[in-house]
Design a protein around this ligand. Structure first.
Ligand SMILES: Nc1nc2c(ncn2[C@@H]2O[C@H](COP(=O)(O)OP(=O)(O)OP(=O)(O)O)[C@@H](O)[C@H]2O)c(=O)[nH]1
Ligand SMILES: [Mg+2]
Length: 284
């Protein structure tokens, strides 16, 4: 858990060795809880990447916050993922949510590749220690993998003995359709600015596996305003074409098959505030 943009999804992907969660340079990328399984010689860790915690501004924000908070009661151990800087208001509001969690808490200080001197790290640790009692404090770089083996090793120390929940070959419970819609959303977020990245929703409406092995996919891209639609399509359709090409290649990797991808941009006015639109998009 953590505030937006600290690298929670990057960490899930690094630990599992697969791209399960989308990652962008913008806060508030993840909107759902994403599960990933890590198997090691002496155990299995089931991880949940959660959306970054922030004060909800609309109905979508409330669904997103719930996805994070509901996870707290279901787990044995929580990583509080933070930047290598003193806690700000957003970090402190996450800390307040974890205060009564009665779970093993690790402070995971991410992005340490960005700091050069050790004293900075030590002062960050001191600042966080004032707020909570952490079982372990582990500096990592989710991006380059530094410290991640140590994190896994320490995690196994604190997890109870129990049955293996998933067979070795299972890495996630995500459906390919959801992963495809997320990949498309990631590319769209990379190509847009300001409010638009957050106004986008993607719904895969067709997933058809042909006899030839080709997978034919059609996805609707929803935005909130007609002007946003124009921006996503771009001059002569260039933006949408570039998004489609990038997304198709990545979906082909996930699906292990050739993919034909059709994208349609549609306006769904204020969908982030509209319960029935949200339900249709899978936020229930
Ligand atoms: N330098 C550096 N950048 C990182 C590291 N981990 C993540 N990032 C970058 O931080 C940004 C946010 O990463 P995400 O994994 O999407 O962050 P998140 O916490 O899942 O964000 P939300 O889903 O919005 O809550 C991306 O640009 C990542 O490439 C790291 O260890 N070092
Ligand atoms: Mg994320």
């Amino acid at each position: 858990m953590g505030k937006p943009n600290v690298g929670k999804s990057t960490l899930l992907n690094m630990i599992t060795g697969q791209k399960l969660a989308i990652v962008t340079s913008r806060p508030q990328t993840t909107r759902n809880r994403i599960m990933g399984v890590k198997n090691v010689d002496n155990g299995q860790i089931v991880l949940f990447d959660t959306p970054g915690i922030h004060a909800p501004l609309h109905t979508l924000g409330r669904f997103i916050l719930k996805a994070s908070l509901d996870t707290v009661s279901e787990v044995e151990l929580i990583y509080l993922v933070v930047n290598p800087t003193a806690p700000d208001e957003a970090d402190i509001s996450v800390i307040n949510m974890l205060k009564d969690a009665k779970k093993v808490l690790f402070l995971v200080i991410n992005k340490v590749d960005m700091i050069k001197d050790k004293p900075v790290l030590l002062s960050v640790i001191d600042e966080y220690r004032k707020f909570l009692n952490f079982a372990e404090i582990i500096p990592i770089s989710a991006k380059n993998g530094g410290g991640v083996d140590d994190l896994i090793k320490e995690t196994l120390h604190y997890l109870p003995e129990g049955p293996k929940y998933y067979p070795d070959e299972v890495v996630t419970d995500l459906f390919e359709r959801f992963m495809a819609s997320e990949i498309i959303r990631e590319k769209l977020m990379d190509y847009t600015h300001d409010e638009i990245p957050h106004s986008i929703a993607v719904d895969v409406v067709r997933w058809q596996e042909k006899k030839s092995g080709l997978i034919s996919i059609s996805a609707d891209i929803f935005v909130e305003k007609p002007t946003q639609k124009g921006i996503i399509i771009g001059k002569h359709g260039r933006t949408l074409k570039a998004v489609g090409t990038k997304a198709r290649k990545e979906i082909e990797d996930v699906a292990g098959a050739r993919v034909y991808l059709e994208l349609y941009v549609k306006v769904k006015k204020n969908w982030r505030k509209d319960i029935s639109a949200l339900n249709e998009l899978g936020f229930k």
